[in-house]
Design a protein around this ligand. Structure first.
Ligand code: B3K
Ligand code: ZN
Length: 887
């Protein structure tokens, strides 16, 4: 049920009938209620007297009436946990009142100067929103509503101001003082203090404000923009981390160049700073000219970071940098428009990474993320459109739907327009809305006009939640293949009825007899059901559809097993090849887990997969990076989604069992091919161009061997671990060892811990590998790890390294006695008063109960109910738990 709508109650269910809103519940904010703020705040001056336990903030606001808003004499400023020490208006002390957390002052005139003093204790800020202390330094996080924890302010994205900031503090404690924009002055003060003054000439909303004060060193360089301006670049870290910053710096320069070349966007300040902090709620933050990053997405060298970590650093640096145009220069009118900046920026970072890392593999990785995180969200109680209609706590809407589905929706517009016309659309958007707080509708209109597309119906993608299913069938008539496509968009909470959405599908018709690739074309399914005529290439046609994953939909096709095997071996679209193999495995595993396979079918299904994988393992033309992708079986989460269809529920135990059995069968039947592959790749040097692919397939060989021949696998993994000269090989080997009951396991885990003691990011990996492992004692092990001296609930990276990994480990989390659910519920309750944003992120794992078999579903629901009955829940957790129970 959507939180904003009255519950529909078709069966007279008393639970629903009783669900009247409770006046003490946090209020629902609705998109349709948007009103412009009655005041403009063109200029803000902030003066900070910085201290870890006490920071004084003097804020001076120049305020004028907003001619486009309803007039009022009340000035309402948002606050969160603040009290004002003083308030003056035009230099005169003024009375003010508090309305809950907000401050109200009466302003009689057209324009005024309002000055407010607040005092904060950053060391007590465990939420990590607003100004907080981390490792002896001070830093801020303001998106979405953290600025109101620093000073009273209209803390909403459509109030744009220029900021002038003075920072003062102990020079010994905070030798570096950073803020948005350019540094205008600095100097020493009495008593060992110093100051810096910063000015950001670009008007911005408060969520983009940032400051950092601490003992940091920089990796510095420069970038010359396409118009010949030199920009100073710095990556600021703690001194011991400096040797691991080169990759971040290179990634930044590549991003700046790429955005000029591909989107025509040039950087607009003389300085770009990145700061790495180890206590951070998410990946990174795009504050104007001063990006603040989780250390995880800055620090990388081959000894401590995997190839995947290197890619993630590059991708996140790009993402935050790209926000300078898609987010900062053009921001959001209100938080319902979040996908305007996030969906578009994710698409931009995906396209960048495709260009840097290779298109086919990157596309497969992005689809895997979408299916693992977004498809379950769209199918569950927390489903929402990419432009939501209501929320209680906006932090809960930084979701895979807003980000990743948001990117897919814009990618579809790009596919329909073609690259060139799409670029015309984005140029128009940037020109037309530069300097504004815009809406998703502004974006769609710009693309529509610039790219000359009719997006009238396409706008439904912004309004409707739920992953569409497209059923595919065909018949042959002479030289033509008649392709019939029918779409169904499922009901989601608050949206029982859906309209058809335009779905662009790249298709080709191959001929199995001639092994010939048909030419590709784009068909757009606009209505519920349509038939398209496609030319035949030869006899025995096989349809290849949704190539490149051109639309974020579920394809339902009854392709014969031999056709899937054919596509897996021969399709000229690498994504379609991957997809055929996945589909073979999904179909087989879901049928097997549901008990719907006869003995001969079980054998035939397995043989088909073995045959398809053999072709992949021995295909000389395939590069190893792609081969590594093709070797990965569908994840258990994805299999749950596929199994939970109609009235059928997912059975995590059966899925796990069948998937392990298939791995064992593959490992056994293909032992000689797998060993040959390992032998070929074992000695490829780290920096060889083929090294990455080699590392990927080696670990995939170990994964399959672990299921078929655990003793041999333990030996091989230990050998890989001992010889490794890089983290990719080391982590791959240890991850496999973690799932085995072998003496090699304990020895290597201990060696790893000792080698990396004191390196927080690598110790996070040590926690994660154990929490994700296939070990039979997983629950007890995670319980022990929570008591380890290195575990702390105060650091989000550490909490995620243990518990997010565990919640993503079906064997442990879905333990049939409910112990895994209890563990996560206990964590949520313990973490909620400390860091509600991070606590609420664990709720969706429990929220999937409706799609799981009844025994486990009841246990999951009981844990949600236990949380919901707890007094004093944060707005974040309250909202997620109540939606998970109602939806
Ligand atoms: N915009 C930030 C996310 C802020 C999350 C606030 N809960 C990072 C990003 O998407 O680039
Ligand atoms: Zn973003």
């Amino acid at each position: 049920m959507d939180i904003a709508t009255t519950p529909t109650n078709p069966e007279g269910n008393p639970d629903l009938a009783d669900a009247a809103p409770n006046p003490h519940d946090p209020p629902v904010i609705r998109r349709e209620d948007y009103k412009p703020y009655p005041w403009l705040v063109p200029n803000v001056r902030l003066a900070f007297d910085l201290g870890i336990e006490k920071t004084a903030v003097k804020s001076t606001l120049e305020i004028a009436r907003n001619p486009d808003a309803e007039p009022t004499s009340e000035l309402r400023l948002d606050g969160d946990g603040l009290t004002a020490d003083s308030v003056t208006v035009d230099g005169v002390e003024r009375e003010w009142t508090m309305d809950g957390p907000d401050l109200l002052v009466t302003l009689p005139g057209e324009s005024h100067t309002v000055e407010i003093v607040t005092t904060l204790d950053p060391s007590a800020n465990t939420q990590l929103m607003g100004l907080y202390a981390s490792n002896g330094m001070l830093c801020t996080q303001c998106e979405a509503e953290g600025f109101r924890r620093i000073t009273f302010f209209p803390d909403r994205p459509d109030v744009l101001s220029t900021y002038s900031v003075r920072m003062e503090g102990s020079k010994a404690q905070f030798p570096i003082l950073l803020c948005n924009g350019n540094r205008e002055a600095e100097g020493d003060l009495q008593g060992g203090a110093h100051f810096a003054e910063w000015h950001d000439p670009w008007p911005k909303p408060s969520y983009l404000f940032a400051l950092v004060a601490g003992d940091l060193v920089a990796n510095s360089s420069t970038f010359t923009t396409m118009n010949g301006r030199e920009v100073e670049l710095n990556v600021w870290v703690r001194e011991e981390d400096l040797p691991r910053t080169d990759h971040a710096m290179e990634s930044l320069k590549k991003s700046m160049k790429w955005d000029e070349e591909v989107f025509g966007r040039e950087y607009d300040l003389d300085l770009f700073n990145i700061v790495a902090v180890s206590d951070f709620n998410m990946g990174a933050m795009e504050n104007k000219g001063l990006n603040v990053f989780n250390t995880k997405y800055v620090l990388a060298d081959p000894d401590t970071a995997t190839d995947g970590d290197f890619d993630a650093v590059e991708g996140v640096i790009a993402h935050e940098y790209f926000h300078n145009w898609s987010g900062n220069r053009i921001t959001c009118r209100d938080w319902f428009q979040l996908s305007l900046k996030e969906g578009f920026t994710v698409l931009r970072d995906q396209l960048f990474s495709q260009d840097m890392q290779g298109e086919a593999v990157k596309r497969i990785e992005d689809v895997r993320i979408l299916r693992a995180a977004q498809f379950p969200e769209d199918a569950g109680p927390l489903a929402h459109p990419i432009r939501p209609d209501s929320y209680r706590e906006i932090s809960n809407f930084y979701t895979a739907t807003v980000y990743n589905k948001g990117a897919e929706v814009i990618r579809m517009m790009r596919s329909m327009a073609g690259e060139e016309r799409f670029r015309k659309g984005t140029d128009l958007y940037f020109d037309r809305h530069d300097g504004e707080a815009a809406t998703c509708e502004d974006f769609v209109r710009s693309i529509e006009e610039g790219a000359e597309l009719d997006l009238t119906r396409f706008r439904r993608w912004y309004r409707q939640a739920g992953t569409p299913t497209v059923s595919v069938s065909h018949r042959v008539e002479g030289e033509t293949l008649k392709l019939t496509l029918e779409q169904a968009v499922p009901a989601t909470p608050g949206q029982p009825e859906k309209q058809p959405m335009p779905i662009p599908l790249r298709v080709a018709v191959h001929s199995r007899r001639k092994e010939a690739a048909g030419s590709e074309q784009l068909v757009i399914l606009e209505d519920t059901k349509q038939t398209f005529d496609l030319p035949l290439t030869g006899p025995d046609p096989v349809v290849s559809i949704n190539r490149g994953f051109s639309a974020p939909v579920i394809i339902d096709r009854a392709l014969a097993r031999q056709d899937l095997v054919f596509l897996a071996a021969h399709d000229d679209d690498p994504f379609a090849r991957y997809e055929a193999l996945q589909e073979l495995a999904v179909r087989h595993l879901v049928d097997a887990a549901s008990g719907e396979l006869s003995e001969p079918d079980q054998v035939a299904g397995q043989e088909a997969i073995v045959g398809a994988l053999r072709a992949i393992l021995t295909d000389q033309a395939l590069d190893d990076s792609m081969r590594g992708e093709l070797m990965m079986l569908p994840s258990e989460t994805y299999l749950f989604e596929a199994m939970a269809k109609g009235t059928r529920k997912a059975d995590p135990g059966a899925i796990h069992e069948q998937r392990e059995a298939l791995k064992a069968a593959l490992g056994g039947s293909l032992a000689s091919e797998l060993h040959a592959l390992y032998d070929r790749t074992e000695n490829v040097a780290f920096d060889d161009p083929a090294g990455r692919g080699a590392r990927k397939v080696k670990t995939q060989v170990l994964v399959l061997a672990a299921a078929s021949d655990p003793t041999k696998a333990a030996e091989l993994a230990a050998h890989q671990y001992d010889r490794a000269d890089n983290m990719t090989d080391r982590q791959g080997a240890l991850m496999v060892l973690c799932g085995l009951e072998a003496p090699e396991r304990e020895e290597r885990l201990k060696a790893f811990y000792e080698r990396y003691t004191g390196n927080a990011l690598v110790i996070d990996k040590w926690f994660t590998m154990q929490a994700l492992s296939l070990h039979p004692d997983i629950l007890a092990q995670v319980g022990q790890l929570a008591k380890h001296p290195d575990f702390t609930i105060k650091n989000p990276n550490r909490v995620r390294s243990l518990y997010m990994a565990f919640a993503g480990n079906p064997q442990g989390f879905h333990s049939s006695d409910g112990a895994g659910y209890r563990m996560i519920a206990d964590l949520i309750l313990e973490l909620d008063p400390i860091n509600p944003q991070t606590a609420a992120r664990f709720v969706p794992a429990l929220g999937r109960w409706r799609r799981i078999e009844p025994g486990r579903a009841a246990l999951m629901k009981a844990e949600l109910e236990r949380i919901s009955k707890t007094d004093g829940l944060s707005r974040d957790t309250f909202e997620q738990v109540s939606r998970s129970l109602d939806g």
